[in-house]
Ligand binder design. Structure first.
Ligand SMILES: O=CCCC(=O)O
Length: 497
């Protein structure tokens, strides 16, 4: 270990994280005293245990959110903005501590975890600025008989369900706009990564978020506890980031009470390298789009389509770059690739690579199973991936690059769009017209042109088709947490005394 586990307070960063539920401003154990293990995926050791909430606890959290809603909605936008701004500052002050917590429970390299803390904190700063810009409208009916006023109000108590792959950023991307809009919340983080969310909740408390506004329930019993609260009638908004399969179940449950939904679901991103691409740009973008977060990202390049005239150069340069990455415990110096989140994820990635190889793909780099402790997968580049290989229709969610070739723009667009998902696509070309044409024709919510990274707090993140509903971040992010109300008022006779 090269990074010392201490905090700004001098205590161990891990020991300083609350491990209970946050309900109505109070940290408390689960009502049945249940606790669950938090495991470090690099060492397979139990780091600590946290409360494992039951339905009773989650219902108490919802009740606290309901109780706090009216007074929180009535706070001045500036007050909400300042809480968010202080949270941004505090996250940055505790950047190393938060990164250490995240690396310990999730596995990403410490430097990457620090980057995520900064990314996550920026959502609080962005929405601090949005909180004071919630606007409306005022107009007259075309026939002059009435005034039309439009205002925006908080949607009400929200259920926020966050994933394990970006434990800080997916939390702040949901909590930021909810706080800015004046909504109260129940946050349920993924069971693999509860500590980062608990640490963020502690920060929000420390900077003055009133009790009951944010309630955090860590639980391994999602299947048991989510449906009753979604169908119970108190939750008015669901924001979920996770798999499409789970998203569809939640949408069906939410439909019973017509709960508003934001869904950030899976992806099957095409990464398209055209014949005229600058190869330095192409390889750099591929590294970003494939290796960010070890490939455990919904935005990860799942299918790489490279023009036949440049595929050999691209594949060999990508294999060289991926082969040079240092794999290991994210707390060790210089490590660039940490473990997969758990054994099931590691085994899935290895199985998908093996299936592609069995069907005729060539291994241009990597391809060996990593033995020993920790859920590691060697960065792997496969070329000549054959149609029908499972990894072309499943999210790989790991460090395996799957390359196919193409000849024409129409051909590659048809294959790229031939998927139920539509989150993001990447295009690498020096031809500006073609870049725009392809961006318009790709069936996705986001396009990276000559870049492998689209994620930023200032842009509307989200997908189409089975990749989701709604947008997070950017100017649209706060809209997801606001209801529109229109007031009609007849114009009576003018000029009366
Ligand atoms: O897995 C989802 C990626 C999220 C992001 O890039 O902000």
């Amino acid at each position: 270990m090269t990074i010392v586990d201490h905090t700004h307070t001098g205590r161990s960063a891990l020991a300083a994280v609350p491990t209970d539920l946050l309900i109505d401003g109070t940290w408390r154990a689960a009502s049945d005293s249940a606790r669950m293990d938090v495991i470090n995926p690099a060492t397979e050791q139990v780091i600590t245990q946290v409360a494992d909430a039951s339905l009773v606890d989650v219902q108490a959290a919802v009740a606290a959110a309901v109780k706090a809603q009216a007074s929180w909605a009535a706070t001045a936008p500036r007050a909400r903005s300042e809480i968010l701004y202080r949270a941004y500052e505090e996250m940055m002050r505790r950047q190393d501590d938060l990164a250490l917590i995240m690396t310990s429970e999730m596995g990403k390299p410490f430097a990457e975890a620090k980057g995520e803390v900064a990314y996550a904190a920026e959502f609080f700063r962005w929405f601090a600025e949005e909180a004071v810009r919630i606007d409306g409208g005022f107009s007259q009916r075309p026939d002059g008989t009435a005034r039309t006023m439009v205002l925006r109000q908080p949607v009400g108590p929200c259920l926020l369900l966050t994933p394990w792959n970006f434990p800080a950023a997916m939390g702040s991307r949901k909590m930021g706009p909810a706080i800015a809009a004046g909504c109260t919340m129940v946050l349920k983080p993924a069971p693999q990564t509860p500590l980062t969310s608990l640490a963020l909740a502690q920060i929000l408390q420390d900077v003055g978020l009133p009790k009951g506004v944010l309630n955090v329930v860590t639980t391994s019993r999602a299947a048991e506890v989510i449906e009753p609260v979604l169908t119970g009638g108190d939750i008015r908004k669901l924001s979920f980031t996770g798999s499409t399969a789970v998203g569809k179940i939640l949408l069906a449950q939410a439909a019973q009470q017509v709960v508003r939904c934001s869904m950030e679901l899976g992806g099957n991103a095409p990464f398209i390298v055209l014949a005229d691409a600058d190869m330095d740009v192409a390889v750099e973008a591929a590294m970003q789009a494939k290796m960010r977060n070890m490939g455990e990202a919904c935005t990860a390049a799942n299918r790489m389509f490279v023009h036949s005239s440049v595929v050999d150069e691209f594949a060999s340069r990508l294999a060289e770059r991926m082969g040079a990455l240092k794999v290991g415990n994210g707390m060790d110096d210089g490590v660039q690739v940490g473990p997969m989140i758990d054994a099931a994820s590691r085994d899935k990635v290895l199985r998908l690579a093996e299936d592609a190889i069995q069907r005729g793909a060539r291994v241009a780099g990597g391809g060996n199973a990593s033995g020993g402790t920790g859920f590691f997968v060697e960065p792997t580049v496969l070329t000549d991936v054959q149609p029908g290989s499972d990894l072309l229709s499943a999210e790989i969610f790991g460090p395996v690059a799957a390359i196919q070739t193409f000849e024409t723009v129409d051909e590659v667009l048809a294959i790229a769009n031939d998927t139920e998902w539509g989150l993001v696509g990447y295009v690498i070309t020096q031809d500006v017209d073609l870049a725009f044409e392809m961006s318009e024709r790709l069936e996705v919510g986001m396009v990276g042109l000559n870049t492998g990274l689209v994620s930023t707090p200032s842009a509307p993140f989200g997908g189409i088709k089975h990749s989701g509903l709604g947008r997070e971040g950017g100017r649209l992010g706060i809209e997801e947490f606001l209801d529109v109300k229109y007031i009609a008022m007849p114009i009576r006779e003018r000029g009366r005394a």
